[in-house]
Design a protein around this ligand. Structure first.
Ligand code: ATP
Ligand code: MG
Ligand code: MG
Length: 553
């Protein structure tokens, strides 16, 4: 095999290590705990943890929790679980930006004392007006020339809760005419009179993302701070803080293109809306592009890692075909999943010449993995086959219809060859039952002369089986770009994204199935037990994905 070429970030790190700029690589994955992680975050996780692994370094898990209004402990717990499930272990304890609030506060005082920050009382509307536009420079705030003493006193009043939310902010004094608007005296602290999930009521002022992120990286000794392209314009500000504060270490920011998937929405805000408005059954609904949703649906962690590896890391924004994710899922499952049989749309077949009670057939758990052993399939006088696997239309060619035709033969997987003798109808003319005969001595043996089965179909005993509910999923959105331009992504919701089959019949070995254990139901797709709704009394299986691969590339 040819070694994969290094992507641009791996090249940068290789070079930094070769030049001894750093002796050890330290990266971080810095989610804000304001929602569950989605497939885009998986890319960032695989990238940050992957680089640390590749270069013998470490990766921190740090909650960027500077905005208590939208954050919650529920999200902290779910995110940590998702990272672990994806197969990564962070270095040391979980970290929180909020545990550095004392330092950030000291650093704000440092900027004030250096004449580089001031308390500004412009209203948000006024501040917007003063900020200027891309074409026009901004104007200096009338509060810009306050003395150091006045600023220290005012900032202390902000901290002590003497002002209402929105009454004032602390701003850096940089350049109101800078072409990069991020440098036009950005906000460092705002007043938010809200309890915080980590710091409780200790603070009523909270740092902005810009005033926090680089400093968090500096405190943790991050060498390569990797973020998505939309932060490229913030990099000069990131560097301004690092250069103007007594930080213990100088991290550097690098940007890469975020993952965009067609037929998918990857914005926590929009995913939260789907949950809050009840369009889906929670953050881990199996149709959601969240890591927890994909886990519940049966996507293996290894498939997500494989997908992230396949798409690579670049600086150019592009949209990836969701079929590529599905390809990675099928590829992993085909290799891992034990086989089983399940009839989703049953037609009863009575084997008229079988007079035994039960005959136990055996099949390998996995065709290529003898070490997984065999499973036992009770064969009985009454069995179920799929309705679609039988037809009375004898004109269909053998090539077109490799299943059971009236008057002809088919092999039941792992069992006998049978011949369809008679279709029993109800008054409306629908086939309600089939009478068939078996060809003796054909279990695991070739048929005698003159018996030509058209193919092999799956089956389940009609009396010795496990009745289950099956949930079939389709894409959540019908539109390739559900939230492009000014489209309302809710308009693109697919009304048929969930189809429930209340009663299907599975082989009895599935009574032991555990959530997240994938099975291939032969000829039907990959399935797993639903972790939310399944119980011993009423097993519920999710279809993870069908067998067919439509992704041609
Ligand atoms: P969203 O836009 O969905 O709210 P976010 O970027 O605000 O996502 P964070 O919790 O701040 O969410 O993200 C944590 C990390 O994951 C960040 O470093 C961010 O750049 C990265 N990330 C988020 N979305 C994507 C994506 N679609 N592709 C790659 N990385 C992403
Ligand atoms: Mg973010
Ligand atoms: Mg966000």
């Amino acid at each position: 095999t040819v070694a994969k070429p290094q992507h641009f970030l791996a090249q940068i790190i290789s070079q930094d290590l070769a030049e001894k700029k750093h002796t050890k690589v330290i990266t971080r994955f810095p989610p804000e705990p304001n929602g569950y992680l989605h497939i885009g975050h998986a890319k960032s996780i695989c990238l940050n943890f992957g680089l640390a692994e590749e270069f013998g370094g470490e990766c921190n898990l740090r909650f960027d929790d500077t905005n208590p209004g939208k954050e919650d402990q529920e999200y902290v717990d779910a995110i940590a679980e998702d990272v672990r499930w994806l197969g990564f272990q962070w270095s040391g304890d979980i970290r929180y930006a909020s545990s550095y609030f004392d330092t950030f506060y000291e650093w704000a005082l440092h900027l004030i004392r250096a004449g580089k920050a001031y308390v500004c009382e412009l209203s948000p509307e006024q501040a917007r007006e003063y900020r200027g536009t891309l074409k026009e420079p901004g104007k200096d705030s009338p509060f810009r020339d306050r003395s150091v003493e006045e600023n220290l006193a005012e900032f202390e009043k902000m901290r002590a809760g003497e002002y209402d939310e929105g009454a004032c902010v602390l701003r850096a004094k940089i350049d109101m005419a800078a072409p990069n608007i991020n440098l036009r005296d950005p906000i460092l602290y705002r007043i938010r009179k809200l309890a915080h999930h980590q710091t409780g009521d200790k603070w009523c002022i909270y740092p902005t993302y810009d005033f926090a992120h680089g400093q968090e990286d500096a405190i943790e000794g991050i060498t390569h701070s990797i973020c998505t392209l939309e932060f490229a314009d913030h990099r000069p500000l990131y560097e301004w803080f690092i250069d103007n504060l007594p930080v213990p270490h100088k991290p550097r920011q690098y940007e890469f293109a975020r993952l965009e998937l067609n037929y998918t929405v990857t914005s926590k805000r929009k995913l939260k809306q789907l949950v809050d408005e009840g369009h889906v059954d929670g953050w881990n609904d199996p149709r959601m592009p969240t890591i927890s949703g994909m886990r519940r649906r049966g996507y293996p962690a290894s498939a997500l890692r494989k997908f992230c590896d396949l798409i690579g890391v670049t600086k150019a924004a592009s949209t990836v075909d969701v079929g590529m994710l599905e390809f990675a899922v099928r590829d992993e499952l085909n290799d891992m999943a034990p086989r089983a049989m399940c009839v989703l749309n049953p037609l009863k077949v009575v084997i008229t010449n079988f007079n035994g009670a039960v005959e136990n057939m055996t099949q390998p758990v996995h065709p290529n993995k003898p070490e997984l052993g065999e499973r036992s399939l009770p064969f009985t006088r009454e069995i179920f086959i799929e309705r679609d696997d039988f037809t009375e239309d004898t004109s269909l060619s053998r090539k077109k219809f490799k299943r059971l035709v009236l008057g002809e033969w088919v092999r039941l997987r792992g069992a006998y060859i049978i011949k369809a003798e008679e279709a029993i109808k109800d008054e409306a003319g629908n086939t309600v039952e089939l009478r068939a005969s078996l060809v003796p001595d054909t279990v695991g043996a070739n048929p005698p002369e003159g018996v030509n089965p058209r193919g092999v179909i799956h089956w389940v005993s009609a009396t010795e089986n496990l009745p289950i509910e099956v949930r079939l999923y389709d894409r959540l959105f019908n539109d390739e770009a559900p939230d492009a331009g000014d489209k309302n992504f809710l308009d693109a919701l697919n009304p048929d994204s969930l189809v429930i089959i209340e009663r299907a019949y599975a082989e009895i070995s599935l009574a032991d199935a555990k959530p997240e254990q994938a099975y291939q139901f032969e000829r039907e797709g990959y399935f797993c037990v639903d972790s939310k709704y399944s119980s011993a009394e009423k097993p519920v299986f999710n279809r993870t994905i069908g067998l067919k691969d439509n992704w041609a590339n």
